[in-house]
Design a protein around this ligand. Structure first.
Ligand code: SF4
Ligand code: SF4
Ligand code: FES
Length: 243
């Protein structure tokens, strides 16, 4: 039977290295299957987080050959036969052990966003066309692969100044909701660092749910900021108190 060679990160916050494992290849195998085979036959203490094995819980996020991936959605036959497949933890978050990272920073950042605030006496009925735009954002499975790939967090480590694409999707879902009346734009500009995003679209490329993060969430938010804070006519209207 053909074998796959995997180089898997072993270690924790104090340090680590890649270790080589060989796994029998089976048809339809995904990288998570190979990791489970290693756990079952060679390294029972290998740490990996997973739950659904159906690309829906967002917990098996890691990096395969340096690219953010869901391990349960990444097929082994997507890689050249015989060449080692490198499996590492997400680089943007602190490592816990082996392939498991601590992603609680994302939840902490989420808490800083004003929650859904419906208008008073809202009529809780709306047309499908009013909700079409935000429905896409509700597909997010919080895998944080988009946060992992974003160079502002990954390379520049600006976790204190930029909330990242996943949380911008959350803000967009709230801002574009037909019943929401909270105003998140001042914080978005001043504290949440949307200006750091240079719309490279890497986040969109890695999203396993196919959410068009940059075009449908981030760019419309940037446009709203420009309208609010940099449009000269709006500025003049604000100056004379009619906006
Ligand atoms: S488009 Fe913006 S948020 Fe997305 S990866 Fe690029 S810089 Fe980060
Ligand atoms: S937006 Fe996509 S990549 Fe980002 S956390 Fe949600 S599902 Fe994952
Ligand atoms: S195990 Fe749930 S997304 Fe991979």
């Amino acid at each position: 039977m053909a074998e796959a060679i995997l180089h898997v990160h072993r270690g924790d916050a104090s340090g680590g290295a890649l270790e080589e494992y060989r796994v029998p290849l089976e048809e339809g195998m995904v990288v998570l299957d190979a990791i489970h085979h290693i756990q079952g036959h060679q390294a029972p203490d290998l740490a990996v987080r997973w739950n659904c094995k159906a690309a829906k819980c967002g917990s098996c996020s890691a990096e395969v050959n340096g690219r953010p991936k869901l391990l349960c959605k990444t097929r082994m036959d997507a890689y050249p036969p015989g060449a080692p497949i490198v499996v590492q933890p997400m680089r943007t978050f602190p490592i816990v052990k082996d392939l498991v990272t601590d992603v609680k920073w994302n939840y902490e950042v989420n808490k800083r966003i004003a929650p859904f605030t419906p208008k008073k006496d809202a009529e809780w009925r709306w047309m499908q066309e009013d909700i079409d735009r935000v429905q896409e954002f509700r597909k997010c499975i919080e895998c944080f692969l988009c946060q992992d790939v974003c160079h502002v967090l990954r390379d520049h480590r600006l976790h204190e100044r930029f909330i990242g694409p996943r949380v911008l999707v959350h803000v967009a879902a709230l801002e574009m909701h037909p019943l929401d009346v909270a105003d998140r734009l001042p914080e978005l500009r001043a504290e949440h660092g949307i200006g750091f995003c240079n719309i490279t679209k890497c986040c969109t490329t890695v999203c396993p749910e196919g959410i068009t993060i940059t075009d449908n969430a981030i760019i419309p938010l940037k446009e709203r900021l420009v309208d609010r804070f940099y449009d000269p006519i709006r500025s003049f209207m604000r100056m004379i108190g009619i906006d």
